[in-house]
Design a protein around this ligand. Sequence first.
Ligand code: 1QQ
Length: 462
Amino acid sequence: MHRSFPGSLALILVLALVTACGSPAPAAPTTAPAAPAATEAAPTSAPAATAAVAAAAVATAAIVAAVPTEGTLTQESPLPQVSPLGGATTPSGSAKIGDWSSPAPTKLPANVTLGFVLGLTQDIAVYGQSQKNGVQLAVDQINAGGYLGKGKLVAAIENSTGTNEGAIAAMTKAIDDDKAVGVVGPTLSAQAFAADPIAQEKGIPVIGPSNTVAGIVEMGNFIFRDSLPESSVIPGTVKQVLSLLGVKKVGILWGNNDDFSVGGYKVFKQALQDNNVPIVDDETFARGDVDFQAQLTKIIAQKPDAIVVSALAKEGALIITQARSLGFTGPLVGGNGFNSPAVITQTGQAGEGLIVGAAWNIASSEPLSQDFITAYQAAFKAAPDQFAVQTYTAVWLFATAIRRADSVDPKTIRDTLAGIKDFATPLGNFSFGPDRNPIHSPVAQIVRGGKFVVLTAETAKQ
Ligand code: 1QQ
């Protein structure tokens, strides 16, 4: 049923990947040096171009030059071909998303600034770059359609890099310097745990577009997320893996020093226990590691039917390739860290059959998903991923709260955000629950033909 992966070819790929990835990511996010955040001065931002904005633009150019191409996991690759913020080619005023039937706001200031704390560089740039595209598209649509009346939505995009310190600096800058009335981000749960308390303390609402670990919204009443927690996604994915692929026993490999990988591991373990699936071996690694062969050899020796991997994209891609090179042909099952198409690009044939639970799949039949995909492809000449759609949705959620409230008072925005229910989005019919967690349906996916497709009895077999 599973294609075997030629060992020698895989080893060459592993070596190539390790070489291409250059210096590993910081061993532990908490020990990495703080990187200064930089503001992206959007062409759509304040018309009065101040010296600060000009300086920010220079800083942006420096950051942009270091940003990897979408679809790679390296740090040194060139910038993806995206138009500058404000340049997405969306048909003016044609967005169907949004509560257009609510009265147009009349009291908003000329510029309404949202802050974005995104990992645009280092090992998490594969997520952050996609998120930035989502921001760009949403902001352009909102402004083109006049969704905020005479108010123009301005995106202050701060680069958190891959570290917690970077996230703290970016969050502080977004709130104190950019005067954001709300913040979307940070990219990682670990960064959210580090930086969200700043926003909570200052009374600025935050929507986490990609924070999937337990404990995010519990940080305070100003903290929301529109990313489904792993606890809403993984149990269903595990059930499908067991029923469709006949998996009876598994091995687990997980990152033990970043909140996402640890959190995902706990949810996987619980889901396996709930289904009485024995875990034949349980191995760990650290963020930044590049060689997983010792752990994988031990796991494979226990003859699991499947290997569950809780990892971010960079380590996850290497694990997939190395597992195949060591001769493992069974299913590999991962969490949200694998939801980047970059993982598929990096793993090639080894990534075929990878199973990943998600909040969204490109085949979604939601009408607004189709609209989003069409607009995204027109703007960026690339297919969107889950991270883009979640961040795009977060901007629309904030804009909708601001429109309905007709206010830029952060507390009023918070309260209005909390009341958003049954809002049509590309993710489906979306509501915030009473705990500020998102309510919508998850989907299990499998990689087939180099793409994430919905996991079904049919696609499981190929
Ligand atoms: C988290 C995640 C990451 C995979 C986001 C990029 O889900 O940190 O919670």
